[in-house]
Design a protein around this ligand. Structure first.
Ligand SMILES: O=C1C[C@@H](C(=O)O)NC(=O)N1
Length: 448
């Protein structure tokens, strides 16, 4: 259902600049950027962009949309709908669905479901762990967006790659595609669990979470993974960094395109810190854990100085019932994909990051890092995935505007100054001032 649309007098935030211009969209693509008048836009729907800011659609490099198998928490329809309402137009989903994505058959099935249900553009990681390592090494993994172990440890202890240096050696010496790993050492976590269990029994306070899933567990794991990757010249991506200490293990003296070792931060680690455990309890229990205020500040600094390459959400919905349990039973993770751009724009309002840097880390760099074709930038000939934002339109997160299937957010009660007013996916205006268009499926991400 492509339409011709012209966005007039809008500030485009793109490739390190903000420029006031017009953008003409037709047949799914950005056809023209510049001051437009007359013939070309004659039959086009006009959107007045005066005073607003146009970003490339956000590409979220790490989400858990829960389908198949865990659809009481979320599914590809509900979570991708929440995504586009928050300005996210593409996502890459993790393999800890049920069954785990450990074969190409299951991967194909996820692509099939997404082609029917996803509002946003999509791709999926193939899961890799000790169980399927040999078969993964037989595959031509350069055909996949990447392999990842994220979340697979939920179904089986001891499956974090970070706990299996032999597996990592074998994988890193053979795998041609991006290897995205969840970097924590299970052994260190288990030792810490025993210490706190001895002290508190089963009633361990949530404030102990960052001490159990500790800085040490993250740092040792990331350091070792980088050493093994460097030895084999593998393409390693460390998922959701949570400590300042780890940021110093990454380089910022070479362009992203030349890096073999990259990393990311998830928005919640730029927003929450250990001071929030008292207020929000297990609602902000994540793996790896939200750490200290010093870590939060250090992560932001590393993002700004390019040791951290991209921003993701690790959107991980669970039902409230699954969250509101004593420490050991409470599920880790929380929904975020509808609110990621809002968090970053609020940090902009606080003077902590520029709009250009937000576009770089949430759009351009994700496209570069994963080699995604023709997305992530506002350029003529690129897909018209675009997000229009009003920076002066305050609103408050509440049950009535949360779109996640699980129906809650750790951000409830938070007031954000900015609002996404329009979201375009492949040239289709799918979201406008709180209303959705008819359902139009997103596309499979193509990559180089
Ligand atoms: O890595 C992960 C996985 C995620 C989930 O719930 O799937 N939850 C988390 O807290 N971290």
């Amino acid at each position: 259902m492509h339409q011709s649309i012209v966005i007039k007098n809008v500030n485009i935030v793109n490739e390190g600049q903000i420029k006031s211009t017009d953008v003409f969209i037709q047949n799914g693509f950005i056809q023209k950027i510049g001051n437009l008048s007359g013939e070309i836009t004659k039959d086009a729907k006009t959107i007045d962009g005066t005073g607003k800011y146009l970003f490339p659609g956000i590409i979220d490099g790490q989400v858990h949309f829960r389908e198949p198998g865990l659809t009481h928490k979320g599914d590809l329809y509900t979570e991708s709908r929440a995504a586009v309402a928050g300005g996210t137009t593409s996502f890459i989903d993790m393999p800890n669905t049920v069954p785990n994505v450990l074969t190409t058959e299951i991967l194909d099935e996820k692509f099939r479901i997404a082609s029917k249900k996803s509002w946003a553009n999509y791709s999926f990681f193939l899961g890799v762990n000790n169980d399927n390592l040999d078969s993964v090494l037989q595959m031509d993994t350069s055909q996949f967006i990447g392999v990842s172990d994220d979340g697979l440890y939920f179904t089986k202890k001891g499956n974090l790659l970070a706990d299996s240096p032999d597996t990592m050696e074998k994988l890193f010496s053979n795998c041609k595609s991006i290897i995205a790993i969840h970097s924590e050492m299970e052994k260190i976590i288990e030792e810490n669990e025993e210490i706190y269990r001895a002290e508190y029994g089963e009633d361990v306070p949530i404030a102990c979470h960052p001490l159990i899933r500790s800085e040490e567990g993250c740092y040792q794991s990331t350091k070792r993974a980088i050493a093994i990757a460097e030895k084999h010249k593998a393409r390693l991506h460390i998922l959701h960094l949570t400590t300042e200490a780890e940021t110093h293990l990454f380089r910022n003296d070479i362009p992203l395109r030349e890096k073999n070792i990259t990393t990311e931060v998830s928005v919640q680690n730029l927003w929450f810190s250990d001071k929030d455990y008292q207020r929000l309890g297990t609602l902000i229990k994540w793996n790896p854990a939200i750490k200290t205020e010093q870590d939060r500040v250090g992560l932001l600094k590393a993002l700004l100085d390019d040791r951290i390459d991209i921003i993701t959400t690790d959107h991980a919905p669970h039902s409230l019932e699954e969250k509101e349990k004593p420490y050991f039973q409470s599920m880790s993770g929380a929904p975020m994909v509808q609110h990621s751009l809002y968090i970053m724009l609020e940090l902009y309002k606080q003077g902590l990051i520029s709009l250009e840097k937000i576009a770089e880390k949430m759009c351009h760099n994700v496209a570069i890092l994963y080699g995604i074709e023709k997305r992530g930038f506002i350029r003529e000939g690129y897909f018209a995935d675009l997000t229009l934002v009003d920076l002066n339109s305050p609103w408050t997160v509440g049950k009535e505007n949360i779109l996640y299937k699980c129906g809650w957010s750790p951000l409830e009660g938070e007031t954000f100054q900015s609002k996404v007013t329009h979201t375009f996916v492949n040239g289709n205006l799918v979201y406008e001032n709180g209303n959705f268009s008819e359902f139009i499926p997103g596309q499979r991400l193509e990559f180089k």
